[in-house]
Design a binder for this molecule. Structure first.
Ligand SMILES: Cc1cn([C@H]2C[C@H](O)[C@@H](COP(=O)(O)OP(=O)(O)OP(=O)(O)O)O2)c(=O)[nH]c1=O
Length: 187
């Protein structure tokens, strides 16, 4: 059986992949996450997922490599990870009282074979007061997360409703991934 490798620095993705009960190891993909031309959110997340998987594949021959990427889309604007408090504040103000979409792209590669898919989950936020936004930013949770919040942490208190895969919002759509690994890669 080929070795499964998760091309990710994210502790959350590592934790979620453990739910599949398939032995794996995680390696860091240090990639340039810039995209030069305008493409759709689904193309962005799948392109970056593939870029991450390809970097790790070059280090490990014969492995099945999984790469992922997550972005938040609100008003046709792509929100990645905030660089500072002010960006986090702007993002949370933009998300307040509205519904946005979280896109996670997944790329799986094994030798010459490659599968790509994405999941889109709609998340509705409560109307947030300035005080609530400041308190949330102070928790420090915003900084390594697309859209400046984590639904799995204190960010749960910001969320009114969700439609789609919860785990995709956290960064890894595990139900669909497990099916693709089983059906297309015999894992
Ligand atoms: C919206 C949302 C995002 N996120 C996270 C998922 C991703 O880890 C992160 C988006 O950044 P990504 O660039 O997708 O991933 P990463 O840099 O954390 O990890 P790697 O590239 O090494 O795999 O935001 C949450 O944890 N909870 C949430 O509710």
């Amino acid at each position: 059986m080929p070795q499964l490798i998760l091309a990710s620095n994210s502790p959350r993705r590592r934790e979620l992949l453990q739910k599949l009960n398939i032995p794996f190891k995680a390696l860091s993909p240090n990639v340039d996450e810039s995209i030069s031309t305008y493409v759709s959110p689904e193309d962005i997340v799948m392109t970056l997922a593939l870029r991450k998987a390809n970097i790790v594949k070059d280090l490990e021959e014969n492995a099945v490599v999984v790469g992922c990427d997550t972005v938040v889309v609100c008003d046709d604007q792509i929100l990645g990870k905030p660089k500072n408090e002010s960006e986090a504040r702007d993002m949370l103000k933009q998300l307040s009282g509205r519904t946005h979409s979280v896109y996670t792209g997944v790329a799986i590669i094994h030798d010459a074979k490659q599968e790509l898919f994405f999941e889109k989950t709609d998340v509705e936020f409560w109307l947030l007061s300035d005080e609530e936004i400041e308190q949330y930013i102070e928790s420090g949770e915003s900084f390594d997360k697309a859209g400046a919040y984590g639904i799995q942490g204190l960010g749960a208190l910001l969320v009114k409703s969700i439609r789609g895969d919860y785990y995709s919002v956290v960064g890894l759509p595990i139900a669909r991934l497990s099916r693709v690994l089983r059906e297309k890669f015999n894992l």
